[in-house]
Design a protein around this ligand. Structure first.
Ligand code: GLC
Ligand code: MG
Length: 577
């Protein structure tokens, strides 16, 4: 991070100066007491792999680590700096691996620990960093600790690693408080035959850990070291805002009609106590050579609170969900870009730019709606089903391509969710019987859930499972339209979304845009324009054709430009200044 790099460099200079006054400057010039720390993450492009759905090597219909290894040259060619792998640990998969039963073991479904080491080695050999997902808020109910807790008595040390409480009511038949699970229904499950209940902010199979207990802290410090010792470059911290609960665990004030909705603000989120945990982790990461990063997944409100997670002695970056939730509107994008940069600058952390991940409707489908409907049908988590009014696929793709040109030109660190580089839409017509997201299951379909963005990737248009694996099995069905998005087809089309991303990433690196500065330039209504170094970006978020500055040299455009000097609706360009 900038500040740490600055400090080490300043220290090195100070040492060199004091020695130079003793021995003369010639000696000092050759002396390099400490190398500044490597600082790769500030401007990196980090590609999220959702292992279940990336590539399947053995034909069981579930993506795996050898599948990822077999596609590393694809990622290298795409031009990303780092990979983030969603969980591949031993897990009963009640929440697609975000329910971890053993934090040190690769689930056999995904391969072996040796496969992971190979993945790490081969990624590093290609110059790509690898960060892994850490899920500290909860374990799986099949984790040895929780199994032991169930067998042990109330008040035992085994139970003290989780959050058990007596129920209310005469015999403890009512949950200890009214907290809802993020996935719907109560956040409490009763231990059969007992007064005690355990807390799970997510699925019943994801009991929350008690982070007030030093035993829990010590264990996770060891888990961090376990993966750092193997050479990982960092961690994405799942539910980073949830670890500490307000001690009284008072009832939530719940608005009528929102009894089931996960709240953003409340006594279970964003408590001050979480920061001490991240400060202790920072120290551990800094013991290791090179820059090892932590990225916060923290849904907090108001957004200013996010800066706390990325102070210089805590994490390196936090996902910018405000950017992800921005509607297709020029003012909205301008405001979110400005406020994001302003916010992260207060703590000297890089800004991040995120448009998709495994929890939200894919961008081309989100932006395939009118402004009015976007807020209605394409909310995070609340997917699109066969009975939802369908997004306009062509419009959504067009906007997503323009958005990529905006996003990849912004200074800071950018995330790409697998398939985003293909312009892949959400599977918006998946039948209920296939759905596996606990959110869908717990709300009995009231929330459609996240399966639609987790569908296995299409690699080859004319192969079984579109080349996802050697068989025709896929753990979620792929829509027929995915053939048109397959990697092999897109490689052959010079104007495909894949080739657009490859070109954007190449130019972004050459022009060091991630490391640059943004300067707004005046533009027409519904158009945004800014300079970053020697690149000018212009994006038309309106519905009318706009004018381009005369004589501009177009380096890249998200669509063919039918008329010189004109920028069609839902189109963006990179110009040479
Ligand atoms: C995070 C993950 C999500 C998961 C939840 C519970 O929000 O991104 O996929 O369901 O945490 O671990
Ligand atoms: Mg497999």
């Amino acid at each position: 991070m900038f500040r740490r790099k600055f400090l080490t460099t300043a220290l090195a200079t100070a040492v060199a100066l004091s020695i130079s006054s003793l021995y003369g400057s010639a000696y000092a010039a050759n002396l390099q007491p400490t190398q500044p720390k490597e600082d790769w993450a500030r401007d990196s492009v980090i590609y999220q792999i959702y292992p279940r759905s990336f590539a399947d090597s053995d034909g069981d219909g579930i993506g795996d680590l050898p599948g990822i290894v077999s596609r590393l040259s694809y990622l290298d060619k795409l031009g990303v700096d780092a990979l983030w792998l969603s969980p591949f640990y031993k897990s009963p998969q009640a929440d697609a691996g975000y329910d971890v039963a053993d934090y040190r073991l690769v689930d056999p479904m995904f391969g072996s620990n040796e496969d992971f080491e190979r993945l790490l080695k081969e990624s590093h050999a290609r110059g790509m960093k690898v960060i892994v997902d850490l899920v500290p808020n909860h374990t799986s109910d099949e984790h040895a600790w929780f199994q032991a807790a169930l067998k042990a008595k109330p008040g035992s040390p085994e139970r003290a690693r989780y959050i058990f409480r007596d129920g209310r009511g005469e015999n403890g038949e009512l949950p200890p408080n009214n907290w809802p699970s993020v996935f719907g229904q109560s956040a409490w499950d009763r231990v059969p035959g007992e007064k005690q209940w355990y807390l799970h902010l997510f699925d019943s199979k994801q009991p929350d850990l008690n982070w007030e207990n030093p035993v829990v802290r010590a264990e996770f410090e060891q888990v961090l070291r376990f993966w750092l010792d193997r050479g990982v470059d960092g961690f994405r911290i799942d539910v980073a805002h949830g670890l500490i609960k307000e001690p009284k665990m008072a009832d939530l004030v719940i608005e009528e009609g929102r009894e089931n909705a996960g709240a953003l603000v409340g006594p279970m989120w964003d408590q001050e106590g979480v920061h001490e945990i991240y400060r202790s982790w920072r120290k551990i990461l800094d013991e290791y050579p090179g820059q090892r990063i932590m990225v916060a997944e923290a849904w907090v409100s108001p957004r200013e609170r996010l800066a706390q997670y990325i102070r210089s002695d805590e994490m390196d970056q936090a996902f910018n969900f405000d950017y992800l939730m921005t509607q297709w509107d020029a003012t909205a994008f301008k405001n979110v870009i400005d406020s994001s940069i302003a916010l992260t600058t207060t703590v000297k952390a890089p800004t991040t730019w995120v448009t998709s991940n495994h929890d939200v409707v894919r961008a081309p489908s989100r932006y395939g709606y009118s402004l009015k409907d976007q807020g209605k049908y394409a909310l995070p988590g609340n997917g699109i089903g066969p009975n939802t009014p369908q997004p306009d696929e062509a419009l959504g793709l067009r906007r997503a391509r323009a958005l990529a040109m905006l996003t990849l030109a912004l200074p800071g660190s950018t995330y790409i969710y697998q398939g985003e580089e293909l312009g892949l839409p959400e599977h918006t017509t998946m039948e209920d019987k296939y759905r596996q997201d606990p959110m869908f299951l717990r709300t009995k379909g009231e929330e459609i859930g996240r399966d639609g963005c987790r569908v296995p990737l299409p690699w080859k248009a004319d192969a079984p499972s579109f080349g996802f694996g050697p068989s025709n099995k896929t753990w979620l069905p792929q829509p027929a339209s995915y053939a048109g998005y397959a990697v092999d087809r897109q490689e052959k089309q010079s104007d495909s979304t894949l080739n657009l991303y490859r070109n954007l990433l190449k130019l972004r690196h050459e022009h060091r845009l991630g490391d640059g500065k943004l300067h707004w330039v005046e533009a027409d209504k519904d158009v945004l324009a800014f300079d970053n170094g020697d690149i000018r970006v212009v994006i038309n978020l309106g519905e009318q054709t706009a004018a381009l500055p005369s004589g501009s040299q177009v380096l890249l455009s998200s669509e063919a430009l039918p008329e010189a000097g004109k920028l069609p609706a839902s189109t963006a360009v990179w110009l040479k200044r």
